[in-house]
Design a protein around this ligand. Structure first.
Ligand code: NAD
Ligand code: TYD
Length: 342
């Protein structure tokens, strides 16, 4: 099979590319990424010389480019990770979120419709369901929870999901959607909570916790998300949505304290700052459908996963320090342009 993975130089897409290239040597994995600020080819280093892997730089919202690519490559499966993914950035500048997350998705769908595809998989998020109250721990998001978004990011992701479902209903396109809770793990860009706190704590810098730190997120190790997507594209029913999450709810303050304790740093580094606008209170996934239909079971719980993640950040300082210094943005020129690979 020839599988197009978009956004494979980002956090989750990068982990998925590693997973697929290793697990399916007989499949060809094509990684298409625009290399925005969040795209980092150093993330793809472990697979860059594998015979079943290829990188292509490009924008999923560029119609001519995408249609030409589909005409030449004839993909069997498309897994769309490419997106603007940071809520805080979406509050500052929503437009690029519409362009990439909505129009990028419809461009890919149109190309799939024209050239044919065995499966289109949309990587979505639990944030499309909005949030849950803090005082109702009995409530969880299921696949039938109504869409009720809060941020420009989640609104753009929800719009994309609706287009995906429309292409199933209208054109009979073989689609699936996964809606996962917050991920953490290796290669996570250090603007998101966990890698930001690890990198700042290691530098003895203050840790900005929004509001009172009592917002709750349901954390899933990125490896378990990759396994879920692989199961869904192979065995999931077309036209269906699958929630992905492992019942690992923590307040932000608990997460930050866990990181500080693991690094032997003082809690005095915590700095409570102005809250995020429209800050979602609690996310919590009910993964029963994925577990019962597809037999998915997470390998990590938060305690084991966060230890593994912290160790990864300690052992791979160069990866995140290159991001903080901006050096990672030269990697494409060094590894591709100068070597005449593009
Ligand atoms: P990320 O920001 O780390 O990576 C996004 C990648 O997409 C980057 O490599 C970037 O260069 C690329 N990209 C952006 N715009 C592009 C475009 N127009 N064309 C081609 N490539 C483009 O994001 P992530 O955290 O890895 O998230 C990946 C996907 O998973 C997103 O769709 C996100 O909504 C979803 N998701 C994320 C989480 C999470 O906790 N991070 C949870 C659930 C779902
Ligand atoms: P984030 O990693 O941005 O993911 P999301 O907003 O998609 O859940 O943030 C996770 C939680 O951490 C969220 O409740 C906001 C909070 N947060 C902070 O308290 N401080 C920070 O510096 C950041 C980036 C996030």
């Amino acid at each position: 099979m020839k599988i197009l993975v978009t956004g494979g130089a980002g956090f989750i897409g990068g982990n998925f590319v590693h997973y697929m290239v290793e697990k399916y040597p007989e499949d060809m994995i094509v990684n298409l990424d625009k290399l925005t600020y969040a795209g980092n080819l150093e993330t793809c280093k472990p697979v860059e010389n594998k015979p079943n892997y290829k990188f292509i730089k490009g924008d999923i919202a560029d119609r001519d480019f995408i249609f030409n690519l589909f005409e030449t490559e004839k993909f069997d499966v498309v897994v769309n990770f490419a997106a603007e993914s940071h809520v805080d950035r979406s509050i500052e500048d929503p437009e690029i979120f519409v362009k990439t997350n909505v129009m990028g998705t419809t461009t890919l769908l149109d190309a799939c419709n024209k050239y044919g595809i065995k499966r289109y998989h949309q990587v979505s998020t639990d944030e499309v369901y909005g949030d849950l109250p803090l005082d109702r721990p009995d409530l969880f998001f299921t696949e039938t929870t109504p869409l009720h978004t809060s941020s420009p990011y989640s609104s753009a992701k929800a719009s994309a999901d609706l287009f995906v479902l429309a292409y199933y209903r209208t054109y009979g396109m073989p689609v699936t959607i996964s809606r996962c809770s917050n991920n953490y793990g290796p290669y996570h860009f250090p603007e998101k909570l966990i890698p930001l706190m690890i990198s700042r704590a290691l530098a003895d810098e203050s840790l900005p916790v929004y509001g009172k730190g009592d917002n709750v997120r349901d954390w899933l190790h990125v490896y378990d998300h990759c396994v879920a997507i692989d199961l869904i594209i192979r065995n999931g029913r077309v036209g269906e949505i699958y929630n992905v999450g492992g019942h690992n709810e923590r307040t932000n303050l608990e997460v930050v304290k866990t990181i500080l304790h693991a690094l032997d740093k003082p809690e005095s580094l915590i700095n409570f700052v102005e809250d995020r606008k429209g800050h979602d209170r609690r996310y919590a996934i009910d993964p029963t459908k994925l577990e019962t239909e597809l037999g998915w079971k997470p390998k990590y719980n938060f305690d084991t996963g966060i230890q593994q993640t912290i160790e990864w950040y300690l052992n791979n300082k160069e990866w995140w320090q290159n991001i903080l210094s901006g050096d990672y943005q030269n990697y494409f020129d060094k590894m591709y342009k100068e070597k005449g690979r593009v």
